[in-house]
Design a protein. Structure first.
Length: 420
């Protein structure tokens, strides 16, 4: 009998790692990390690489790929992902090694070995791996992201990974309508809440940016390096924003990978326009220039835990004309959350006089979207909720049972085994 082993993302957000087992062999879906309060990586449960027929990486965020090189220190199971996911994954892993290398059980060679075992696959391409067959489906989360439909022992398992069902600038809604699956393993990050309409958020953000810049201030937009920073740049490009815009940090490197693989983008012309018309920071002289005239600075990192956004924040925080517009999730204990909740910044608790706002640009599906998605998948017998907090998962499980009539809804903890 086939079974699912939850190695990570059980009753927690992130650290995704789902093992599908059959006859002593495994197909591993993601192998990511979370970070503790000291920024040390926390790995998923163990799996023996020699028992794997393949590893599938659904997208390049570290909470889905950050532990994967650990699997490639001796044997080298075949690795599958979209081409753009593999390229951005390499960037992020090398950056993580640079920042956290002392706490990692792998190095740059492990990343090279992992990528040497990789094969880029397209959406809808059928792949055979031992007793498993699978294909990647468009998930609408970030460019190149995928859900995975696995067939094993006559059963069909859909692992949505991170997924979304809205129109954004970089991605369009997930393409999962009509998929047949006996078991759906679905993220539940926002299982108890709904996001405001994306277009309304974009308009409010743009109006707020214009207000600040036209009043002589500069707007700092700390953003995640993968997808969020490029999304913000695309929003400004779409509206022909006429003031200076600067792009700094790894956001630039990822944007260049996206531009090189523009077929993965929903509206590629917007990002290409942003890269051609906006200013790209290439050194400290550019950073000083960015602060001299009213404009917008889009800089990593999104929670202000590192990267050039820290430099700009220290320079801008004391001026009431300026603004800090947070567009990424702000985890508890991060500098970004401290700014929102206490109005101070850093260990020195510097008062933030600049205008502070948070905008919901989440790339994760919400409760309404999860119910909508599950309605359009055929033959669902069991739903497994992962990548979410238990409180939200309980709310969502009740909704699924009540509105969709699916009684078998599981909320597994890490280490749990689900027979299928």
């Amino acid at each position: 009998m086939a079974r699912i082993v939850v190695l990570g993302s059980g009753r927690e957000v992130g650290r995704a790692a789902i093992l599908v087992e059959s006859r002593g062999r495994g197909l591993l879906l993601d192998y990511g990390v979370n970070f503790d309060e000291n920024d040390r990586p926390i790995f998923p449960g163990d799996v023996r690489p020699r028992d794997l027929d393949a590893v599938v990486l659904t997208h390049s965020h570290l909470d889905h790929v950050g532990a994967a090189p650990y699997l490639y220190s001796s044997v080298a199971p075949k690795l599958y992902a979209t081409k753009i996911t593999l390229e951005v994954t390499r960037l992020l892993l090398l950056d993580m090694i640079k920042l956290n290398g002392a706490y990692l059980p792998f190095d740059e060679k492990s990343v090279d070995d992992m990528l040497a075992a990789a094969e880029a696959v397209e959406y809808e391409q059928e792949v055979e791996a031992g007793g498993f067959s699978f294909k990647l489906l468009y998930s609408g989360h970030i460019p190149g992201s995928a859900s995975v439909l696995v067939e094993v022992e006559g059963r069909r398992i859909l692992y949505t990974s991170d997924v979304n069902v809205i129109d954004a600038k970089l991605v369009s809604p997930a393409k999962l309508n009509g998929v047949k699956a006996d078991v759906v393993i679905i993220e539940s990050t926002y299982g108890a809440t709904n996001h405001p309409p994306r277009r309304e958020v974009e308009e409010r953000f743009y109006r707020s940016v214009k207000e600040v810049v036209e009043s002589g201030g500069t707007v700092l937009v700390p953003a995640f390096s993968v997808a969020r920073g490029q999304e913000i740049a695309s929003i400004l490009a779409e509206r022909d924003f006429s003031h200076p815009v600067w792009i700094d940090g790894m956001i630039r490197q990822v944007a260049e990978v996206y531009a090189a693989h523009y077929k993965y983008l929903y509206l590629p012309s917007l990002l290409l326009k942003a890269l051609s018309e906006f200013n790209v920071v290439r050194g400290w002289q550019d950073r000083k220039k960015a602060l001299k005239k009213p404009g917008v600075i889009i800089a990593s990192a999104g929670m202000l835990k590192g990267g050039p956004s820290l430099y700009y924040m220290k320079k801008m925080a004391a001026d009431k004309k300026n603004a800090v517009f947070l567009v990424s999730y702000q985890a508890a204990g991060t500098p970004g959350r401290m700014i929102l909740e206490e109005g101070v910044f850093g260990e020195e608790r510097i008062p933030v006089m600049a205008r502070v706002e948070w905008f919901d640009f989440s790339s994760h599906i919400d409760q309404r979207g999860i119910l909508q998605l599950l309605r359009k998948i055929n033959g669902v017998e069991k739903v497994v909720l992962v990548h979410g907090e238990p409180r939200a998962q309980k709310v969502l499980a009740a909704k699924i049972k009540e509105e969709l009539g699916i009684e078998d809804v599981e909320i597994p903890a890490n280490g749990d085994v689900i027979e299928i």
